[in-house]
Design a protein around this ligand. Structure first.
Ligand code: 5GP
Ligand code: ZN
Length: 111
Protein backbone atom coordinates (compact mmCIF):
# COMPACT_ATOMS: atom_id res chain seq x y z
CA UNK A 1 0.00 0.00 0.00
CA UNK A 2 1.58 3.26 -1.16
CA UNK A 3 1.01 5.44 1.91
CA UNK A 4 1.70 2.78 4.54
CA UNK A 5 4.75 3.44 6.73
CA UNK A 6 5.41 -0.25 7.48
CA UNK A 7 5.12 -1.19 3.79
CA UNK A 8 7.80 1.41 3.10
CA UNK A 9 10.09 0.32 5.95
CA UNK A 10 9.70 -3.43 5.31
CA UNK A 11 10.37 -3.01 1.60
CA UNK A 12 13.39 -0.74 2.04
CA UNK A 13 11.88 2.53 0.79
CA UNK A 14 12.58 4.11 4.19
CA UNK A 15 15.87 3.14 5.84
CA UNK A 16 15.65 1.63 9.31
CA UNK A 17 17.64 -0.21 11.92
CA UNK A 18 17.08 -3.68 10.43
CA UNK A 19 17.61 -6.78 12.58
CA UNK A 20 16.60 -9.43 10.04
CA UNK A 21 15.08 -9.55 6.59
CA UNK A 22 13.97 -12.22 4.14
CA UNK A 23 11.62 -12.38 1.17
CA UNK A 24 8.52 -12.46 3.38
CA UNK A 25 9.22 -10.18 6.33
CA UNK A 26 11.41 -7.60 8.00
CA UNK A 27 12.35 -7.26 11.67
CA UNK A 28 13.49 -3.84 12.87
CA UNK A 29 13.83 -1.84 16.09
CA UNK A 30 10.77 0.07 17.31
CA UNK A 31 11.30 3.85 17.09
CA UNK A 32 9.78 4.27 20.59
CA UNK A 33 11.00 1.22 22.54
CA UNK A 34 9.00 0.09 25.57
CA UNK A 35 11.74 -2.25 26.82
CA UNK A 36 15.54 -2.55 26.37
CA UNK A 37 14.75 -4.86 23.44
CA UNK A 38 11.70 -3.93 21.38
CA UNK A 39 11.57 -5.06 17.78
CA UNK A 40 8.74 -5.30 15.27
CA UNK A 41 8.18 -8.24 12.93
CA UNK A 42 6.44 -6.97 9.81
CA UNK A 43 5.30 -8.86 6.68
CA UNK A 44 6.46 -7.30 3.41
CA UNK A 45 2.99 -7.58 1.91
CA UNK A 46 0.33 -5.25 3.25
CA UNK A 47 -2.03 -6.94 5.70
CA UNK A 48 -4.09 -4.50 7.77
CA UNK A 49 -4.23 -6.54 10.97
CA UNK A 50 -4.30 -10.09 12.34
CA UNK A 51 -8.03 -10.18 11.56
CA UNK A 52 -7.25 -9.78 7.85
CA UNK A 53 -4.33 -12.25 7.86
CA UNK A 54 -5.28 -15.30 5.79
CA UNK A 55 -1.79 -16.60 5.02
CA UNK A 56 -1.20 -19.06 7.85
CA UNK A 57 2.14 -20.05 6.36
CA UNK A 58 3.33 -16.48 6.66
CA UNK A 59 2.09 -16.22 10.26
CA UNK A 60 3.88 -19.45 11.12
CA UNK A 61 7.03 -18.25 9.41
CA UNK A 62 6.98 -15.04 11.44
CA UNK A 63 6.35 -16.73 14.80
CA UNK A 64 8.88 -19.43 13.99
CA UNK A 65 11.58 -16.79 13.57
CA UNK A 66 11.23 -15.61 17.19
CA UNK A 67 13.43 -18.44 18.49
CA UNK A 68 16.29 -17.11 16.35
CA UNK A 69 15.89 -13.68 17.96
CA UNK A 70 16.50 -15.15 21.42
CA UNK A 71 20.29 -15.57 21.09
CA UNK A 72 20.55 -12.64 18.66
CA UNK A 73 18.98 -10.11 21.02
CA UNK A 74 19.83 -11.68 24.38
CA UNK A 75 16.33 -12.78 25.30
CA UNK A 76 17.32 -16.01 27.10
CA UNK A 77 15.67 -14.83 30.32
CA UNK A 78 12.29 -14.44 28.62
CA UNK A 79 10.36 -12.07 26.42
CA UNK A 80 6.87 -11.25 25.25
CA UNK A 81 5.29 -11.32 21.78
CA UNK A 82 2.37 -8.91 21.36
CA UNK A 83 -0.02 -8.30 18.47
CA UNK A 84 -2.26 -5.30 19.04
CA UNK A 85 -5.36 -5.53 16.90
CA UNK A 86 -7.99 -2.96 16.08
CA UNK A 87 -9.35 -0.11 18.18
CA UNK A 88 -9.71 -1.89 21.52
CA UNK A 89 -6.30 -3.50 21.01
CA UNK A 90 -4.79 0.00 20.55
CA UNK A 91 -3.30 -0.87 17.15
CA UNK A 92 -1.83 2.42 15.93
CA UNK A 93 -0.23 1.32 12.63
CA UNK A 94 -2.71 -0.44 10.32
CA UNK A 95 -0.20 -2.96 8.94
CA UNK A 96 0.15 -6.26 10.81
CA UNK A 97 3.12 -6.36 13.17
CA UNK A 98 4.30 -8.51 16.04
CA UNK A 99 6.10 -6.77 18.89
CA UNK A 100 8.91 -8.69 20.59
CA UNK A 101 9.83 -7.13 23.94
CA UNK A 102 12.42 -8.20 26.46
CA UNK A 103 15.44 -7.69 28.71
CA UNK A 104 13.31 -6.37 31.52
CA UNK A 105 10.67 -7.89 33.81
CA UNK A 106 7.37 -7.29 32.01
CA UNK A 107 4.25 -6.74 34.08
CA UNK A 108 0.87 -8.47 33.71
CA UNK A 109 -1.95 -7.75 33.07
CA UNK A 110 -1.27 -5.25 30.26
CA UNK A 111 -2.94 -1.86 30.51
P1 5GP B 1 0.90 -0.64 17.60
O1 5GP B 1 0.52 0.41 18.61
O2 5GP B 1 0.23 -0.40 16.27
O3 5GP B 1 0.76 -2.04 18.09
O4 5GP B 1 2.45 -0.48 17.40
C1 5GP B 1 3.02 0.39 16.47
C2 5GP B 1 4.48 0.51 16.85
O5 5GP B 1 5.15 1.05 15.75
C3 5GP B 1 4.73 1.45 18.03
O6 5GP B 1 5.42 0.74 19.05
C4 5GP B 1 5.53 2.58 17.43
O7 5GP B 1 6.52 3.06 18.31
C5 5GP B 1 6.14 1.93 16.20
N1 5GP B 1 6.38 2.83 15.09
C6 5GP B 1 5.52 3.74 14.56
N2 5GP B 1 6.07 4.38 13.52
C7 5GP B 1 7.33 3.86 13.38
C8 5GP B 1 8.38 4.13 12.47
O8 5GP B 1 8.30 4.96 11.57
N3 5GP B 1 9.53 3.38 12.63
C9 5GP B 1 9.65 2.44 13.61
N4 5GP B 1 10.81 1.78 13.66
N5 5GP B 1 8.66 2.16 14.48
C10 5GP B 1 7.51 2.87 14.37
ZN1 ZN C 1 1.40 -1.69 4.74
Amino acid sequence: MSDCIFCKIANGEIPTNMVYEDEQMAIFHDVNPQAPVHVLMVPKKHIASLTEAEDEGLLGHMLGKVKDLVPLLGLENGYRVVINCGEDGEQSVPHLHMHVLGRRKLTWPPG
